[in-house]
Every structure is written in C-alpha cells, then in structure tokens.
Design a protein. Structure first.
Length: 248
C-alpha cells in the first residue's frame, strides 16, 4: 500500500486510499479469522523466517560454488559432480531438509495471507461482464460491475504465485539432484525486496516499449549489414571458407 498509493495530489491520494478500503477491510476480516482458527502462529515471525530461508539458500550455494568439482570421466549429461562425502551424505541432507521445511512453511504462509486477494486474470472478469451485459438485455437485469484491480490483488496465475510453487519444487529437487536447483532458489531475494520489485515492475510495465526499441535496433543493424554487403564487401576478407569472423 505504501508504495502504490497515488501521491500526485491530495485528492488523488484520498481517492486512492478510498479505493483500497474494501480490500483492506477484507484483509482485516481474514486476519481475524486466522486468529480465531489459531492459524496466526503459522504467519508469525514472517520477516525472520524469510531471512533465514534466504540465508540458508545463500550458504548452500556457497558450498556448491567451492566444493563441486568436475569428475575425470564427465561423459554423462548433466554431470554428477565430485562432492566430499561429509557434505553429500550429512550436511547437504541436514541443510536441505531444513530448507524444504522452511520453503513449505513460506508457501503455506503465502497462500494463507493472500487468500482473500487471489484473483483470476483480468480478461476473465471482462469476458464475464461482457456476457452478462449481453444476457441482461434480454432478462432486464442490471449489468455486472467489474471491480478495478488494486495493489493488494494477487493474480492466481501470476509470476509470484507460480514462482512460489516452483521455489518449493526446486527445494525438493535440489535434495534429489545434488543441489543443482538451489541457484534458482536465489531468486527468492525478490520476494521481500521492494526496490527489486519496483525495478521489475518498471521493466515489465514498459515491456512493449522495450520490445519495439529492440526491433528498431535490429532494423538499424540490418541496414548497416545491407550497406556493408553492397559497398564494403571488399574491405572484409575471411580467414578461410569456414571462418565465422573476418580476418581483419
């Protein structure tokens, strides 16, 4: 809420807060239900648990970075690295098991906290409102009102939700496949970092613009390639017939 309130003017700020009031009330009711059902201990110490999980992920990747070696006979793909027995049979199993428990805890906490805010993709609600509007003309019903999305809404098929599932799967697979998937778990740093989240939001929000800039860059390079082929071909001599780069 703090990073998503419109602060362009006092009126915009008040209007933005008023738009968030229904979602905030729903969130408060949901927290009260969790307390009544004695589920609040599951979401307690939220920040500490996330930091421990991130620290454990970093420690495991440091072990992988310094202990894994390529075996002499590395014909298999992917290779099975040479690992000290004290790490493979003891430390990896202990730390990996703790990592799985913390990962499962974090995933359950994520779904418990965001349960009242889960939404289907926006086109689903637009299609439902469109069909309801068409049918309401014949049934003389009031057209269906489509609620505007807010910063508290969580897309059930969104990147964050899918990553939480992938994160848990990678935690389990890492224990099975000698820690190869712990590198993907490092992306968990984005989960509680507002700065990185805003950076990703800024990039993805302007994704179409960036794509067109890439297309423009490709066109410029293609024009240069055509001009070079037509007028500057004598300036480039290949080293041999199969050379990838020019000799000069």
């Amino acid at each position: 809420v703090r990073w998503n309130v419109n602060r362009d003017s006092m009126e915009d700020k008040q209007r933005s807060l008023l738009d968030l009031m229904p979602a905030l009330k729903s969130d408060i009711k949901h927290q009260r239900k969790l307390k009544k059902r004695k589920l609040s201990p599951i979401i307690a110490l939220h920040a500490l648990r996330h930091r421990l999980l991130l620290l454990l992920t970093v420690i495991l990747n440091i072990f992988i970075l310094f202990l894994y070696e390529v075996p002499e006979n590395s014909s298999s793909s992917p290779i099975l690295p040479d690992i000290p027995n004290w790490f493979r049979y003891y430390l990896l199993i202990i730390l990996g098991s703790v990592h799985i428990v913390l990962s499962l805890w974090v995933v359950i906490e994520y779904f418990l906290i965001n349960w009242p805010h889960f939404k289907l993709p926006g086109y689903y609600y637009k299609a439902r409102a469109y069909l309801h509007e068409k049918l309401s003309r014949y049934r003389e019903e009031t057209p269906l009102f489509v609620n505007r999305s807010n910063c508290l809404d969580v897309n059930i098929f969104g990147v964050t939700t899918l990553y939480m599932i992938v994160f848990l799967a990678c935690s389990v697979l890492s224990l099975v496949f000698r820690g190869y998937f712990y590198c993907i778990c490092l992306l968990f740093i984005i989960a509680n970092n507002d700065i990185l989240q805003r950076v990703l939001r800024a990039v993805t929000k302007n994704g179409a613009s960036l794509m067109w800039v890439a297309v423009l860059g490709f066109i410029v390079l293609y024009i240069y390639a055509v001009i070079s082929f037509a007028f500057l071909h004598n300036q480039f001599t290949a080293a041999n017939e199969t050379a990838l780069y020019c000799d000069n």
